[in-house]
Structure formats: C-alpha cells, structure tokens
Ligand binder design. Structure first.
Ligand code: AMP
Length: 221
C-alpha cells in the first residue's frame, strides 16, 4: 500500500530542511515539487520553460503542470512506496488530485504536518537562505552556516541565493501562501490528519516532534 505524508507550511517554514532529517530516519522518499521544477528549469526541459516565469514572480505554477510532474514521479515508484511531499499540494485542486492518485494506488495520506512559524522568522530565514548549486543542500548565513562561506559542506559545490528569495518576491510568496494554500489546512483538518508542529524551534526539536508522531521517537527526548 502506498503511503504519504505531507509537509505543509509557508515558504521559509523549513519544509526542505526538515524533510532531509525525516528522510534520514525513515523510509520516506522526499518529493519536492520546487526541487523538481528547479531541476527542469536548469535542464531546459519544456516543463521548466513553462514554470520559470511563475517561479521568478513567486506565483504558483499552474496546477496542470504540477499534476503532470507529480503523476510521472509517482508512476515511477513501486506499489508500496512511501512518499513525503514537500511544497505539494499547494492548492485544493492539487490536494484532490493527490487523493485520486492515492486511491488508484490503494494508498492514503497518513499525516499532514503543518509547520507553524511566525512571519518575521519566515522572512529572516528566506533572506538568509543559501542553497548548493550542485546537491541542493540548504544553509542559512547565520542559523545553519557552512564551514567555509559560500561552499557546501556536503559536496564542495558553490552556494547561491535562490532568485525568488529576494525581498520583493519573498513578500509575494507569503501572500500567495495565505491566498492559495491556507485553505488546505482546513481541508486536512476536517479529515483528521493534520498535526500542527511548532517549527520555530531548533531543527532537531521540530524533527523529533514529527518523528514521535510517526512512531519513531528520538533517543533522549
Ligand atoms: P518551493 O521550493 O517549494 O518554495 O517552490 C518554489 C516555487 O516553485 C514556488 O514559488 C512556485 O512558483 C513553484 N512551485 C513549487 N511547488 C509548487 C506547487 N505544488 N504548485 C505550484 N507551484 C509550485
């Protein structure tokens, strides 16, 4: 049976960072639509060309494009795959599509983790975020600094600032989250699968809170 968990939260809530920690401790495969789109843009693939202008403005890429890349990705997994979605779904339409795909694969959503973070913390995290151009590892100039400035600890790649992490785009992305994604909170709350997580804490603590709900308590807590 296919299993899915969803990391839901505003840009800067720490979805990608937390996903890496959860991935290391579980069998969940990390599926980030943002990472998939950035890879498509970099490779110059048609979906990338379609998505690029929306991403630059901080707007959502049309549902049809997202549905296509996610369906392709899920078709590659086996019948018992365990998926951790990061940055998907972002609209009710995408959530409904995910439900349909899961029904087809006899799967279901086990948990939706809502990563709750105060707005000023979100803005600070996005402004200071740096990403490795080669492996995608995520840093923050102050909170998660690399050992050597501008260089990835994991692979030695060059760190860069995502073009959509500039101030103007960040504010728009937060607005878009409020306008288009927040309705999902209610959608999943009604279904009884929503867990609110305080993601303003240290990364390890947030991760441990999620792992405890997944039945994998962290030693020492
Ligand atoms: P992220 O890396 O999740 O912050 O996504 C970066 C950008 O990719 C977003 O601002 C959107 O333009 C686009 N994007 C990623 N995931 C989705 C999605 N599920 N639906 C629509 N647009 C998305």
């Amino acid at each position: 049976m296919m299993q899915a968990i969803v990391l839901l939260g505003a840009p800067g809530a720490g979805k990608g960072t937390i996903a890496e920690g959860i991935k290391a401790a579980t069998a969940f495969v990390h599926v980030s639509t943002g990472d998939m789109l950035r890879a498509a843009v970099k490779a110059g693939r048609p979906v990338g060309l379609e998505a690029k202008s929306y991403m630059e403005k901080g707007e959502l890429v049309p549902d049809a494009v997202i549905v296509k890349i996610v369906t392709e990705r899920l078709d590659q997994g086996g019948p018992d795959a365990q998926y951790m979605f990061d940055g998907f779904p972002r609209t009710l339409e995408q959530a409904r599509m995910l439900d349909e795909v899961l029904v087809e694969h006899r799967g279901r959503i086990e948990h939706v983790f809502l990563l709750d973070v105060a707005r000023d913390v979100l803005v600070d995290r996005l402004a200071g975020r740096r990403v490795c151009r080669s492996c995608g590892a995520v840093y923050h100039v102050r909170n998660i600094p690399p050992k050597k400035a501008g260089v990835c600890d994991a692979c030695g790649g060059a760190l860069y600032q995502r073009p959509d992490d500039t101030e103007e785009t960040v504010l728009n992305r937060l607005e878009v989250f409020k306008r288009q994604t927040q309705s999902l909170i209610e959608y999943y709350e009604r279904r009884g699968v929503l867990a609110r997580i305080n993601a303003g804490q240290k990364r390890e603590v947030t991760q441990a809170d999620i792992l405890a709900i997944l039945g994998k308590p962290t030693v020492g807590r």
